[in-house]
Design a protein around this ligand. Structure first.
Ligand code: ADE
Ligand code: ZN
Length: 326
């Protein structure tokens, strides 16, 4: 079978990866020891066996607990370096990495510690593997817009170390409109804009991410299939969707990978992409997302080329750079 080889070997961009979601249980335990942080699991195996989720919130609870071992700039560097090394072996040529500063500043970690550690790993990835890596700061939507503004203010002295902002965490009950003012401010600063929408939430959240927040890309967006007018809008404006199939399976957005609508999104002409979301928690990095999804749904080599092309089209790299890959 040649398709898995094609999927693994093709150059690709990853546009939806939460760096805290790349923290493997082994590294959680190593950092807990290094920093003398107590964690409520006796072993790596016991921790990994807790990774059984029923929805987004059940995952987020354990994901935020895992991040509590991160304290120093070196911790953030080590986490990002491990992800970037893994991405390089998956033939990722460019990656746009989400990070959640509020998860760390709430524990007393300075935002400079977070951003400087992650950024240094991105600089080194370019040197070591020729892998281009940039950072996108995400606001936690379960917190207030005031808290998001405070976070933006803390991050602005490091403005040259991240290219944009996103919106993540608990979607239901926290519509994009809640963050209208802070996104308007970020837009005026020239930051690139993305938001999670339509993962568990309704198509209305995708509409407001586009029309109120004015985002350039939708993270997940798989619920758009329930709104024909929205599908038209996404196709016409070539709004990329950063789809994460294994995440959707593990968080029960779809009962089974075979039920995933990636093929329907592509066949409707949408700029859908494949991404890993939180690979340490969902059982696979980007190539595993490609190979398992293609095996389960019967997508073709034509879909594979389209997905690779879309990943560069949907990225925030310069148009001149994109042509190198496309
Ligand atoms: N944070 C990390 N992964 C997430 C996801 N899939 N949805 C919302 N917030 C997240
Ligand atoms: Zn996500």
């Amino acid at each position: 079978e040649r398709l898995p080889e094609l999927l693994r070997g093709m150059p690709k961009a990853e546009l939806h990866i939460h760096i805290e979601g790349s923290l493997e249980p082994e590294l959680i335990f190593a950092l807990a020891q290094r920093n003398r942080v107590a964690i409520p699991y006796a072993s790596v195996e016991e921790l990994r066996s807790a990774y059984a989720f029923s929805n987004l919130q059940s995952f987020l609870d354990i994901y935020y607990a895992g991040a509590s071992v991160l304290l120093t700039e070196q911790d953030f560097y080590d986490m990002a370096h491990a992800y970037l090394a893994r991405a390089a072996t998956d033939n990722v040529a460019h990656t746009e990495i989400f990070f959640d500063p509020q998860t760390h500043t709430a524990r007393g970690v300075a935002i400079d510690t977070v951003i400087n550690g992650l950024h240094r790993a991105c600089v080194d990835a370019q040197k070591q593997w020729g892998l281009s890596a940039v950072l996108i700061l995400c606001f936690l939507r379960h917190l207030s817009e005031e808290d998001a503004f405070a976070t933006l203010e803390q991050a602005l002295p490091l403005r040259d170390k991240f290219i944009g902002v996103g919106l993540d965490s608990s979607e239901l009950g926290h519509p994009p409109e809640k963050f209208a003012k802070v996104f308007a401010k970020c837009r005026s600063l020239g930051l690139r804009l993305v938001a999670h929408a339509g993962e568990e939430g309704p198509p209305a959240y995708i509409w407001s991410a586009l029309d109120v927040l004015k985002v350039e890309r939708i993270d997940h967006g798989v619920q758009s299939v329930h709104d024909a007018l929205l599908m038209q809008r996404l196709a016409q404006d070539r709004i990329p969707l950063t789809v994460c199939p294994l995440s959707n399976q593990k968080l029960r957005v779809f009962p089974d990978l075979a039920d995933h609508n990636l093929g329907a999104l592509l066949d409707a002409g949408l700029v859908a992409t494949v991404n890993s979301d939180d690979p340490a928690y969902f059982g696979g990095y980007i190539n595993e997302n490609f190979t398992q999804t293609f095996a389960a749904t019967g997508l073709t080599a034509q879909h594979a080329y389209q997905l690779a092309y879309n990943s560069f089209e949907g990225s925030f790299i310069e148009a001149s750079q994109k042509r190198v890959f496309q």
